[in-house]
Design a protein around this ligand. Structure first.
Ligand SMILES: [Zn+2]
Length: 193
């Protein structure tokens, strides 16, 4: 938790440094992208939470539905992600990487890379999980009636791989009035290049 706070505090500091210095840093970062280390692990940046280099299904552009056996996901995904995504777990409120994260870019499914939300549809919610009012596209997400824990809720899963994401509620802000309440663990942030 403290590490996350420090990291975010560091990012805010970077946002305030003069443009020239920021450009220099970006050029330096771009220079690294041609190096071997970056090629070996092309999906990681400071906002990433997972290394997807060993996941052959991970893609931000392929929207074809996947039908991967759970046993294979279990081999490919980190334990916390597998638990949330394919055993319908829920992370504790206020513990995820993105609940109060304000980066500019997009959010993808952490299991398969399917782009789910734009950062400009994210809003500050007091619930302790990342909250969005609108998905990236209509079929990015699939909806299921969920009767667990004596409640009737609408579960959301990834439209490409079926990973559990969270739930959607009708108490969100305009223009949709919806609140997609999503586990941070199920998300991967892709910063705007
Ligand atoms: Zn997915």
């Amino acid at each position: 938790m403290n590490d996350d706070l420090h990291r975010q505090a560091g990012m805010r500091t970077i946002n305030t440094i003069p443009l020239l210095l920021a450009s220099t840093l970006m050029l330096t970062a771009c220079g690294n992208s041609n190096g071997q280390a970056a090629q070996k692990n092309p999906t990681m940046d400071s906002s990433s939470q997972y290394d997807h280099s060993n996941n052959p299904y991970y893609s931000h552009t392929d929207t074809a539905r996947l039908n991967v056996p759970l046993s294979e996901w279990k081999k490919l995904l980190p334990e916390d992600l597998y638990y949330i995504a394919f055993e319908k777990g829920t992370e504790r409120a206020f513990t995820g990487k993105y609940w109060d994260f304000e980066g500019i870019g997009t959010y993808a499914c952490a299991a398969c890379g399917n782009v789910l939300f734009q950062a400009d549809s994210k809003f500050a919610s007091s619930c302790g999980w990342p909250s969005f009012f609108q998905p990236e596209r209509k079929d990015a997400i699939v909806y299921h009636e969920d009767h667990a824990f004596g409640m009737v809720r609408t579960e959301t899963t990834c439209g490409r791989c079926g990973a559990h994401l969270g739930h959607v509620f009708d108490d969100g802000p305009e223009p949709t009035g919806l609140r997609y309440c999503i586990n941070s663990v199920s998300l991967e942030f892709i910063g705007k290049k």
